[in-house]
Design a protein. Structure first.
Lengths: 526, 445
């Protein structure tokens, strides 16, 4: 039985259906079609069904393959074209360095590549933008650096992939000129997009950012509120104080703590004044004594004495003091209250109050029987208020609080570290400051780098000393901070230096990293 | 002759990113001694971790590399370093006569080249138009013909059994079922058709619509059997095609001796795939004047490096000799007349319809064609739902066979505008190999 002329799609479907069942159960039937294909099909020998099926299938599938026509696409280029980037593209060598790092070679140098690219006023070629954006997806610490180098093309691309939302549009202050766009993101965007928007607004127009947050504050979830308060850090000023003071009435402890932390950074805030008022009757500086010994004046730092608070009232809890029992508490609990109140006062207040330097007061606190309540509170307060003088004085007392180091400008960081290095009589000094050296985030200046390298050389070329594994591990960080220009000098000084073989590998890696950075920075300048 | 390759193209010669980085680190003058160059080569000695420095030499005409270091990578970092150095400081490398160790190597290379080229010079007129019997014992060639013929008859019965009993039960068949038949084809000395059978279980497991795809493959195998049965009746080109597909290797020397096609050949893309524990590199060239694609194949067992005779993104004035076939694609590079130079623009089809027209032409003549080179000059890559496609100015599209990250790379390169891209078309989707970013080719590996 023959069929009428069939379209090639129907022909093919008939053949497939026959093949699925098998010609045993569904015998092959002569197919007819128009044109040359029809003529060829009719010419087939159909005496053996299965062979005829294969022949027909060969014929029809070749016909269909040759006749493939492109689909009419339903999708349109949709998104608008990317705006142009003005910056010049970095050199192919710079790209090769980038790709090597993204593939795991010297990947710790990637942040430096990104910042050097931005500093050189160049951009990455479009073809590597997906890799850069992907790196930021998994390594969130890179994101600020990545945002700075994406350019218009990168932001355009990031906006099309939800995985790269962190980079979409956030760096474009242009959006701020468009209230409708701001509103759209703020009302309907994801938490991440809203945080990014608030961050941007706080950096250029802090008051507008706060107003935006206030407009929806009552409806936000507690975890979003905490996150948004973190954004308020940028551009924080007394103008934010009324809003933050209001946030202290929030039911969530985390929200209150976040608001209190911000208010503690504003010396004129009502919260700071309340804390000072609470502490004033409790804290007392024992003045330095002058003891006259024959022939010399010995000055002592004095001490700090305190009276424990009797109770923790509601107002204190509102200001962020965390308590389990409100009164009749153990002395330990009461020390905790005092510690928490101290955290809420900018340390500079005590200098003014007692007319003393941070160093004096820290020495006094160190001699106090309450030192374990006072010093940690001051360390926190110095960090919270970004007080460089206090940070430096605290580090001189105890270099282990490495988180304070970034509060100092780099010149002061280096000066402090040089002092500490010298103080400790060389070897001991190096061991004390290793942790701080690892915390530095800038490229060391030559004289500082030379001093550190000299101390390291002394340490590792001394056959009597055991291998200092802290330093051994720190060399990988040092390799990221040493100025690459020093490379020839370092190679000269270190070649042929006798050392324990365990050091050799670490030194080789340091030199390799330095060489890579040197090449990389050169390639970015080209 | 200073190398005309750009640093990027030199880096592209490196077998991996680590070699590229290491090569760049070596591209500084103080790491080298006894540097020199002449018209065809550059050489130098590079201090490594061993006592004696490594002797590094590059034949700039290809480029080809040789180094005394123990690295198994090819080219090694020293070769890459030397080329980069030469590109960066051409004046710093003194021109002069090569030392003995370089001269010897070059002489040997020239000898080899002449041996290959010599038959080409005299053979033109008497080149046999028909694929000849392989040299060797006539008995052995005839014996193979007989074995293949017997094997294909068995395969034909097997195929007929499959379609008689229906494709539906095949999903339950294990790998053994297919392997057994493939092995019988190996025994029958038809390795090409054995490969086609080994691909079948993947098709069976390929999800919805597998029966349609499987029938297409079975029909193509059947067509090959039919073609071989009619071997005394078909044209020489068809016979050569059928024999290649079945697994007869065409003699390289004879291919070289065949007529050469001289053109400026643009290397537009390259792919490396793994086939039966062999790495297969396909480099696609495009003839500027002839407007035809050419395919350079090279193979390497695991652990060995692939020969890199062309650099993607460069053009080369050269003679190619094509293997016989219905639509000759595979070729050998027989003679170079220039060093590779960066290409200035990507040629190709302005619309998808025109590109598919070229494919239609080719596949209409050669039904066994499974891959074709397609270069499109004005398409926008975009994500259509979950699927990457390219869209041309006529509103037509084809699907791309890409990993998501490659799709995003194309999108980034385009900036939402039309770009040129080139790749392999398999009849249903385009696997992009390279794209033009406005200044140069970007390889999408």
């Amino acid at each position: 039985m023959a069929t009428g002329p069939l379209h090639h799609n129907e022909l093919w479907e008939t053949l497939v259906a026959t093949a699925i069942l098998g010609t045993e159960r569904r015998p092959f039937i002569q197919l007819s079609a128009g044109g040359a294909l029809g003529a060829a099909l009719e010419a087939l020998d159909t005496s053996q069904g299965e062979r005829a099926l294969l022949e027909a299938a060969a014929l029809v599938s070749a016909y269909r393959r040759a006749g493939t026509v492109p689909e009419v696409c339903a999708a349109r280029p949709g998104a608008p074209e990317s705006p142009d980037d003005d910056l010049p593209v970095c050199s192919p060598r710079a790209v090769a360095h980038l790709l090597a790092m993204l593939n795991g070679t010297h990947s710790v140098v990637l942040p430096e590549w990104l910042s050097a690219l931005a500093a050189a006023g160049k951009r990455a070629p479009p073809s590597v933008l997906p890799e850069i954006l992907e790196a930021g997806r998994t390594r969130s610490a890179l994101r600020p650096l990545i945002r700075a180098v994406l350019g218009a093309r990168g932001r355009w691309l990031a906006a099309q992939n939800p995985d790269w939302e962190y980079a979409a549009g956030a760096a474009a202050p242009a959006i701020l000129a468009d209230p409708a766009a701001v509103n759209a993101v703020w009302q309907t965007g994801s938490s991440a997009a809203r945080r990014a928007l608030l961050d941007t607004m706080r950096s250029v127009a802090p008051d507008a950012g706060r107003a935006l947050l206030e407009s929806t504050w009552a409806d936000e979830r507690a975890e979003d509120r905490v996150a948004f308060l973190q954004c308020m850090e940028t551009g924080l000023s007394m103008a934010d104080e009324p809003f933050l003071e209001g946030a202290l009435d929030n039911r969530s402890k985390e929200v209150r703590a976040a608001a209190a932390g911000l208010l503690a950074r504003l010396p004129e805030s009502r919260l700071v004044h309340r804390m000072i008022a609470r502490l004033a009757p409790l804290l007392r500086r024992v003045p330095p004594e002058r003891s006259w010994l024959p022939g010399l004046v010995q000055e002592r730092a004095g001490s700090i004495d305190m009276t424990l608070p009797e109770m923790c009232d509601r107002a204190m809890v509102r200001d962020g003091v965390d308590t389990r029992e409100s009164d009749g508490a153990s002395p330990k609990e009461r020390v905790q209250w005092l510690h928490q109140m101290l955290r809420g006062v900018p340390p500079a207040h005590w200098c003014a109050c007692w007319n003393a330097t941070p160093a004096d007061l820290i020495a006094a606190a160190a001699r106090s029987k309450w030192r374990d309540a006072i010093l940690p509170a001051w360390i926190y307060a110095a960090w919270n208020t970004r007080d460089a003088d206090w940070a430096e004085a605290l580090l001189r007392l105890d270099p282990s609080h490495a988180e304070l180091l970034p509060l100092l400008p780099v010149e002061r960081q280096e000066a402090l570290l040089l002092d500490l290095l010298a103080e400790g009589e060389g070897l001991l000094g190096l061991r004390r400051v290793t942790g701080l050296l690892r915390q530095t985030r800038h490229t060391w200046r030559p004289h500082f780098a030379r001093a550190v390298l000299a101390a390291v050389r002394n340490q590792i070329s001394n056959p009597l000393l055991p291998v200092d594994y802290g330093l051994h591990g720190a060399l990988t960080d040092f390799a990221l901070r040493l100025p690459p220009d020093l490379l020839p000098e370092i190679v000269r000084d270190w070649r042929g230096l006798a050392m324990h073989e365990q050091w050799q590998g670490a030194i080789d890696r340091l030199l390799a990293t330095l060489q890579f950075r040197s090449d990389m920075l050169q390639a970015l300048r080209d | 002759m200073p190398t005309t390759l750009t640093a990027e193209q030199i880096v592209a010669l490196a077998p991996d990113a680590a070699s590229a980085t290491a090569g760049r680190a070596l591209a500084s003058l103080h790491k080298w001694q006894n540097l020199g160059q002449n018209d065809v080569a550059a050489w130098g000695e590079c201090q490594g971790s061993g006592k004696a420095p490594y002797r590094v030499q590059v034949d700039l005409r290809e480029p080809a590399f040789r180094c005394t270091c123990p690295s198994r990578k090819f080219p090694c970092k020293h070769g890459i370093g030397l080329l980069l150095l030469l590109a960066a400081h051409p004046a710093a490398v003194t021109a002069g006569a090569p030392p003995a160790w370089v001269a010897e190597w070059l002489a040997k290379r020239d000898q080899n080249a002449q041996r290959c080229a010599a038959p080409a010079a005299g053979a033109g007129a008497e080149a046999p138009p028909v694929a000849p019997k392989r040299s060797g014992l006539p008995g052995s060639a005839a014996a193979r013909e007989a074995r293949v013929a017997d094997g294909l008859e068995e395969l034909d019965r097997w195929l007929c059994d499959l379609v008689r009993q229906g494709l539906a039960p095949l999903q339950g068949r294990g790998h053994r079922f297919w392997d057994d038949m493939a092995r019988r084809m190996i025994d029958a000395q038809a390795p090409g058709v054995a490969r086609m059978i080994r691909d079948l279980p993947q098709i069976v497991a390929s999800g919805e619509g597998w029966q349609s795809r499987l029938l297409e493959r079975l029909a193509r195998i059947h067509l090959l059997i039919a073609g071989y049965r009619r071997r005394s009746m078909v044209s020489p080109d068809v016979l050569a095609e059928v024999r290649s597909r079945l697994g007869w290797a065409q003699d390289q020397e004879r291919v070289r001796a065949g007529p050469a096609v001289r053109d400026t050949w643009l290397a537009l893309g390259q792919s490396v795939t793994e086939e039966e524990k062999l790495r297969v590199q396909r480099a696609w060239l495009w003839g500027e004047r002839t407007g035809r694609p050419a395919l350079l194949l090279s193979f390497a067992p695991p652990g060995k490096s692939l020969e890199r005779s062309v650099v993607v993104g460069t053009a080369l004035d050269a003679d190619l000799a094509f293997y016989d076939g219905i639509v000759p694609l595979r070729a050998l590079l027989v003679q170079r007349y220039s060093s590779p130079a960066p290409i200035q623009a990507m040629p190709g089809h302005a619309t998808i319809a025109s590109g598919l027209g070229a494919w239609a032409n080719a596949v209409a003549r050669n039904p066994w064609l499974d891959r074709y080179f397609l270069s499109l000059t004005g398409v926008v890559p975009l994500l259509d739902g979950e699927r990457w496609v390219v869209l041309d100015g006529e509103g037509r599209s084809v699907g791309l066979a890409v990993r998501p990250q490659q799709g995003w790379r194309l999108r980034a390169i385009s900036g939402g505008r039309a770009i040129a891209l080139a790749g392999e078309w398999d009849g249903t989707a385009l696997m992009p190999l390279s794209a033009w970013d406005g200044d140069a080719i970007v390889c999408l590996d």
